[in-house]
Each structure stands twice: as C-alpha cells, then as structure tokens.
Design a protein around this ligand. Structure first.
Ligand code: SAH
Length: 251
C-alpha cells in the first residue's frame, strides 16, 4: 500500500497525527527533499528505506513503489504542505491505478495556512473579502490563459500566490493591470513555520524590491488583499444581537 501524506509547511510538529503514525510504521519513505523538513525523517523506524524525490523522475518514484509493493511492504510518499496543491500526485495515482497498486491520501497543513499563522491574519474578513484565490504565475508549468493573475486581481479578493518568488516584477504588473493599486498592501512570507521564517510587509508595487532587500528568492508565498489593512466588520456569528442555531441573541 502507498500512503500519500501531507508533511505540513515546515515545522515537524505540524504534520497530522495520522501522518506521523504512518511515518513511524512505514518500511520506505519517498520525500520531496526540496521542501519537506528532514526532521520528519526522524519519526521513521530503524531500517526504513529513505528516498529523496528531488533527484528522481516520476518513473523512478513509481519503480520504488512497485519494488516495495512486490516485497509486501508499505511506502509513504511525503509531500510538502497538502499534496492537493501543486503536489503532482494525480500522475502518480494514475500510474498506480494502472499497476493495480492501492493507495490512500492523508491531508496536510498547506503553506497558505502556515503563512496566515505567520501573519496572525484572517484571510476572509467580513466586509473585506470572503474568498481566497490560490494561484501562481506561469513558469515552466503554464497557467491556462483564463487564469491570468490580472483576471483574478479584478475580484478584490484575498490572493495567495505560490511558486512565483522569482517573478515578482511580473506579479506586480499583472495585479496592477487587474486594477489593484501599486500602494495596496502586500506581504511575503518566507519559509512559514520553519525556524528561519521571515515576514516582509510591503506594497504591490514594491514586491520585487522587498524580496531583493530581504534575500528572498524561493520558498515564499505572496499574500495580497484588504485583509492586510486595518478595517473590517465584526462577524455575525459572535454578534450578541444575533440568534444562531446554538445561541439566543442577548436582549
Ligand atoms: N503542496 C504545497 C505547495 C507545493 S508548491 C503546500 O500545500 O504548501 C511549492 C511552493 O509552495 C513554494 O514555491 C512556495 O511558494 C510555497 N511554499 C511551500 N512551503 C512554504 C513555506 N513553508 N512558506 C512559504 N511558502 C511555502
């Protein structure tokens, strides 16, 4: 059996209990060495085989899984954050389906949640935005034309931009083309939840400059939106004047 596991954003105690349990029991682990905290490998039992997928192709990853399966042993495929975002798990799952190898998937804390915690922020503030756009700039992986940053920027919603730290001039230009202001607030969160986590506040127009100044070139998220400002409305849920399913309004 193959277990896809979300490792969380960095801090080793941010893996789920289920994920940690699978790590402790597994015979083999294939981890995304570019971003997964190697401290998580300490959870494994003696003799556990360890592979770093950063230096492997998809075929090599599947070959290891096949070999373990043939020997009747388990493999954990450890992906950074939550594997459903930019995890390249679908192509692995499809090949496993072809081979008739069973797998399951344990979710993880995504780095977008880690970044919110680093900022001590709420992405969905009443009166500000009730939506979060998770996206990226096109790099070697193309982004469908209808999903340009400019087209999402139009909505004034909260935006979490992955995989784009090397393209910040383009990020600013696209956001401004979509109607956001060059002076609107922005934040860069580098290595959220790692010991060397860094939070940089700037504006949409100064993203590239701020990243250069702070030496941030990768492993960062760009956060955009009014949630970074002061103003918002109180929630209805905790408003004394509102009756909810669980609580009568205070008269
Ligand atoms: N599945 C992962 C994302 C993988 S894509 C998740 O759910 O978080 C890799 C990108 O994620 C990086 O280029 C960076 O933009 C972002 N990222 C991953 N870990 C991060 C962290 N601890 N802090 C900030 N950004 C991170």
């Amino acid at each position: 059996m193959i277990h896809f596991v979300g490792a969380g954003p960095g801090a080793p105690d941010l893996i789920t209990l289920r994920g940690a349990d699978l790590l402790k029991k597994t015979d083999c682990i294939i981890y995304a060495g570019s971003l997964v905290n190697p401290a998580l490998l300490e959870y494994t039992k003696p003799g556990c085989r360890i592979h770093n997928s950063a230096i492997m192709t998809l075929e090599e990853v599947i070959d290891v899984m096949k070999e373990m399966e043939a020997a009747g042993m388990d493999t954990v495929r450890l992906h950074t954050g939550d594997a459903s975002l930019y995890g390249a798990i679908r192509e692995q799952m499809d090949l496993l389906d072809e081979l008739g190898i069973a797998y399951d998937d344990t979710p993880g804390v995504s780095s977008f949640s880690g970044a919110a915690a680093a900022l001590r922020a709420e992405y969905t503030l009443p009166g500000v935005s009730q939506s979060v756009v998770i996206t990226r700039m096109a790099g070697r992986t193309p982004v469908p034309e209808k999903e340009s940053l400019a087209s999402f920027a139009v909505h004034d919603s909260t935006m979490v931009i992955f995989l784009s730290t090397g393209l910040l001039e383009d990020v600013s230009r696209e956001l401004i083309a979509g109607g956001r202001g060059a002076d609107d607030p922005a934040a860069i969160v580098y290595k959220a939840t790692w010991p060397d986590e860094k939070v940089v506040y700037c504006t949409i127009g100064t993203l590239a400059e701020a990243a250069r100044r702070e030496n941030v070139t990768k492993t960062a998220l760009i956060l955009i939106g009014g949630f970074l400002n002061e103003g918002y409305e109180r929630s209805r849920l905790y408003d004394p004047g509102f009756t909810t399913e669980f609580r009568e309004a205070v008269k």
